[in-house]
Design a protein around this ligand. Structure first.
Ligand code: NAP
Length: 257
């Protein structure tokens, strides 16, 4: 049995992850962490009858945890991961919006310590296939723009998926795209790795992305839609099972498929 703790357990993703862990063979939900749980003492979460904590450090002192899964906020994720890696607990991280310097520190902690960290900006297989397809297409059509669309509660923009897609395209394409202006105009989106990214935030959306490629006389559009958070769960469960055998920090679901 892999003993799993979920941080951000009362959130939209965290609560779905708790259900997925309970339903998965070979995984056991050991504890849940969320600041919204009241009281300093460990209680029991009604839904799953497991100990609950307001902080990861308290959880690790009182519970045996093999893998911690983090779907929290850009402000909380770094401290949660550091606490776990310091305590030799493997991490599976879905939270997006971590700063580059924090990312580098996590990489160092995971490399130097006995616990590994797996991070995926998107755990949905369809989104990963979209990114892989974008890589291939970009070798033949270098000009593209990304439109990412998410629910209005999302804290970070552009999305982690959009940034990762841009990185993958930039690493893969053979030629630099021709610059498309006007430069410095907010309406043209945030330019990352030479690719404009446009962020839409609306109630009713979950997580969606289009990558639009353009060439003389033609366009090609890739689109992925997560219409429910169940779409992420097979990827999260796979990552929990695989993270103990990885080495250091590994980024992207495609690396463990
Ligand atoms: P959410 O509904 O706001 O949930 C976040 C939860 O984390 C909240 O209950 C929050 O509590 C809690 N939290 C805050 N600080 C914490 C801490 N220090 N320790 C433990 N829990 C803490 O957000 P969500 O929609 O579930 O998304 C969570 C993250 O996952 C976001 O970064 C989002 O972009 C990302 N995400 C990733 C994927 C993927 O496939 N990788 C898919 C979807 C979403 P309070 O409300 O009290 O602050």
């Amino acid at each position: 049995m892999i003993e799993v703790a979920v941080t951000g357990a009362l959130g939209k993703m965290g609560s779905t992850v708790c259900d997925a862990v309970v339903a998965a063979e070979g995984l056991s939900l050991a504890a849940v962490v969320d600041p919204a749980f009241t009281g300093g003492d460990a209680g029991r979460q009604a839904a799953h009858d497991v100990p609950m904590f307001t902080q990861m450090s308290d959880c690790l002192q009182e519970t045996r945890v093999d893998v911690a899964v983090d779907f929290t906020t850009p402000d909380a994720v770094f401290e949660n991961i550091s606490t776990c890696l310091d305590a030799d607990v493997h991490c599976v991280v879905g939270t997006t919006g971590m700063e580059a310097r924090q990312f580098a520190q996590v990489e160092k902690l995971a490399l130097e310590g006995d616990a590994n960290c797996f991070l995926a900006p998107n755990f949905a297989i369809g989104a990963v296939l979209m990114m892989e397809a974008a890589k291939v297409i970009s070798r033949y059509m270098a000009e593209c723009e990304i439109i990412e669309l998410h629910h209005d509660q999302k804290l970070d923009a552009p999305s982690g998926t959009a940034l990762r897609t841009a990185e993958m395209i930039a690493e893969s394409r053979h030629q630099e795209p021709a610059p498309a202006g006007p430069e410095g105009n907010a309406s043209r989106g945030t330019v990352y790795k030479g690719i404009p990214i446009h962020s839409v935030r609306l109630p009713g959306l979950v997580a969606h992305q289009e990558v639009v490629f353009g060439g003389p006389g033609q366009t090609l559009t890739l689109r992925h839609d997560s219409i429910s958070r169940e779409s992420f769960m097979p990827g999260v469960v796979l990552a929990i099972r695989r993270v103990p055998e990885l080495n250091g920090l590994v980024v992207g679901l495609e690396k463990i498929l």
